[in-house]
Design a protein. Structure first.
Length: 136
């Protein structure tokens, strides 16, 4: 995990995020980080289908679960982009349960993102300026 996160978003837990155990399911964590990623990109005036003229696809994901999350909890998603290569980068997520006195880490995650041209159906280079914007 990076020491600094450049963006954060507050995401409320919905009843549909719960599994049969009464807490947030692992599939919902993936949806929560997707929502956080969309908000992160929008902050920089990007979208998953248009980041400097190309699209993004997720090449891999890793999630480490730390604590349970329940209906009514608010999750503070902290996000940072790092580890840039010619064609992609990693987005790191620290999900924290927002508390009155302190926040509790509930999950750590990372997604590998690759730039993709859907018309050419191939991986392409990161457009100029994207790295500078996202890693600010």
């Amino acid at each position: 995990m990076p020491a600094q996160f450049s963006f954060s978003a507050l995401i409320p837990i919905r009843i549909t995020d719960l599994n049969y155990g009464g807490h947030v399911g692992n599939d919902s964590i993936l949806s929560i980080i997707h929502e956080a990623r969309v908000r992160f990109l929008r902050h920089f005036e990007f979208e998953e289908l248009n980041i400097g003229g190309v699209s993004l696809i997720m090449s891999d994901v890793a999630i480490e679960f730390k604590n349970e999350i329940f209906y009514g909890d608010d999750i503070l998603a902290r996000i940072a982009a790092a580890d840039f290569s010619r064609v992609g980068f990693t987005i790191y997520y620290r999900l924290e349960k927002a508390g009155a006195d302190k926040n509790t880490t509930v999950a750590l995650a990372r997604t590998g993102m690759v730039c993709f041209d859907y018309e050419l159906k191939k991986i392409v280079s990161i457009p100029e300026g994207v790295k500078e914007k996202l890693s600010a």
